[in-house]
Design a protein around this ligand. Structure first.
Ligand SMILES: NC(=O)c1ccc[n+]([C@@H]2O[C@H](COP(=O)([O-])OP(=O)(O)OC[C@H]3O[C@@H](n4cnc5c(N)ncnc54)[C@H](OP(=O)(O)O)[C@@H]3O)[C@@H](O)[C@H]2O)c1
Length: 278
């Protein structure tokens, strides 16, 4: 990965941090995105100490804010005219319905709209690299998801797991439509389920899902193990040229049937474009 520029969101914790450390270990130049400067600085310092790789830049942005995402994209584009790898990883599940500064439900905004907007804003720079890869961290929760076009923001009634499952299904649908749009270019787009991973994910949940998550805590895998498929998709020659696929444990797997519906893919793209003023 020497000479490769990799951008990673959610690098301050869990799998984003593990992915960043692994790619730094492989010699990549990193652009790490964190919403918290002091946390980000601690991460950069610890990865540099551990890997002896000092080619790590920190960028600060709250990905729930589209103004922040636009500012972040501009900063990254100025710093890195060519981007080889973009890993959309930041996200989570939220116990209560929160409305973002742009007026959207937080889970949909951070888990899906941020992936969508940030990726689109960086596309030119990804296309400028010889071969670029977009990797989006989705989830098996997508199997329980439905894109509720009539109420994407859960205005009627909020269910935390339904909101999470919808957003993770959106990651997969977005990847399929993106890969389709990128056909004939040097950029691939894939997504993955990392496994059930012991990170800060769901630790603030106090409902039935939080109870379930605590119950299965002993069988959760480490962040390092959970990051393996994202690292592999970002760096392995085995997946060069492969695009528009969903992976688990470094193997291509089928996603839920509704994710393959072309009309849904195009509709989600159009709605996301309008929600992000692209
Ligand atoms: N853990 C699992 O079992 C599991 C399973 C399937 C998929 N996933 C997915 O894996 C990805 C990484 O999650 P994780 O398990 O590693 O959880 P985590 O330890 O909670 O890490 C989430 C990361 O996202 C960042 N983030 C959240 N909201 C943000 C915002 N508004 N702006 C900027 N950054 C934000 C967090 O920043 P802070 O450090 O500032 O909070 C943190 O760096 C998520 O997309 C999640 O949906 C996780």
């Amino acid at each position: 990965m020497k000479d490769k520029i990799c951008i990673i969101t959610g690098a301050s914790s869990g799998m984003g941090l593990a992915t960043a450390a692994a790619l730094a270990g492989k010699g990549a130049t990193l652009g790490l995105v964190s919403r918290n400067r002091s946390k980000g600085e601690t991460v950069v310092k610890s990865i540099t100490e551990k890997t002896k790789n000092s080619k790590i830049e920190l960028f600060i942005a709250d990905l729930s804010s589209q103004a922040d995402i636009r500012k972040l994209a501009n900063e990254i584009k100025t710093k890195f005219p060519k981007i080889d790898v973009l890993i959309n990883n930041a996200g989570g599940i939220n116990p209560k319905r929160i409305v973002t500064i742009d007026g959207f439900e937080l889970t949909f905004a951070v888990n899906h709209l941020a992936y969508f907007l940030f990726t689109n804003l960086l596309l030119e720079n990804l296309k400028a690299a010889p071969k670029a890869r977009i990797v989006s961290v989705a989830s098996v929760a997508s199997n329980y998801g439905k894109i509720n076009f009539k109420d994407l923001n859960f205005e009627k009634k909020y269910y935390s797991f339904k909101a999470y499952a919808q957003s993770k299904l959106a990651n997969i649908i977005f990847t399929y439509e993106l890969a389709n749009r990128l056909k004939g270019t040097n950029v691939t787009a894939n997504c993955l389920h990392p496994g059930m991973v012991k990170t800060r994910f769901a630790t603030e949940m106090n409902n039935y899902f939080g109870f379930f998550w605590k119950l299965i805590n002993p069988i959760l895998i480490t962040a390092e193990k959970g990051a393996e498929t994202a690292i592999w998709l970002a760096s392995s020659p085995e997946v060069e040229g492969i695009s528009g696929k969903y992976f688990k444990e470094k193997k291509e797997v089928k996603s839920i049937r509704s994710s393959y519906d072309i009309a849904t893919q195009q509709r989600l793209w159009a709605v996301s474009e309008s929600m992000t003023n692209l």
